[in-house]
Write a protein that binds this ligand. Sequence first.
Ligand SMILES: [Fe+2]
Length: 319
Amino acid sequence: MKAGASSGAFRPRRLGHVNLYVADIEQSMSFYRKVLGIEEAYRTPLGGGGFVSNGNTHHDVGFTAAFGPLGKPRGAKPGQLSHIALELENERELVEDYYRAVKAGVSFLRTTDHDIAHSIYGRDPEGVIYELYADVVKDWRTHRSGVVTKPKPDWKPGMTPPVEKACYHEVPVITRVPEAIFHPLRTTHAAIVVANMEKAVDYYCKVVGLAADPACGGKPFAVLKGTCNERSLILYSASGIRAPGYHHVAMRVASPAELAKSADKARRAGIPVVAEMLHCGRCSVMVRDPDNCLVRFYADEGREPGADDVDPSLALFVL
Ligand SMILES: [Fe+2]
């Protein structure tokens, strides 16, 4: 067992991004910039990929063309989750943790050299694909802007000397899209509805290495955190009205006042607001993207609401 936030095989810091299958990369990139307020970072046309970011990491959200060269062979449909991605401290930890997990009997789907980051992909017991990655380049903007066509060489953990230092930015420069309707600071967490809560929490703690908030014991939801001690993943028990699967991505905005203004602006612009609520001091506004994926923006009036503060029936829309 390693010291730190969890006793898992890995020790992720936080959620880095979600990647969604989309019908039309152009449409998604445009909507996320003009409406949701996240800038285009770069594109990878050879794989049918598009990536948006406000500077927190190289991408807060990634898009994969459902009918493109990566999506088509996987039978992807627009609006499906491709994967969630969790950031590790550095590549050395990624490599060491990978071999520890493999030795313990964990199997993974694939490993990939993304040039700026090295990644390991696995599948959780619910079928959700997760990526564990470490940045290997700090100045990602130099390597990732515009159209990127650099091929991705074969990579197995450890076949290149692992980068020892942390390459994420402690205090990233966050940009703002002034003309957009919403103004998120960054992606913070993803919400997934699960069929078997106990099994899913066990996997995310023991294999992925997130730490479960003990205050969620006995509740229909679980809050999982990385070593940054922020919510990275919310799991919610499936019910008759809520089927298992990816539910939404959550993005923090600067203040409740700004969020209220954005919600009004969205309505005036004809963008349907799926949900808007103030609960336990947290304001949340949900909208759908062009592929029907839910995006939730939130801001707190005071401290972050705790698991015991929240009405369990609203937790999926509040936490
Ligand atoms: Fe990814």
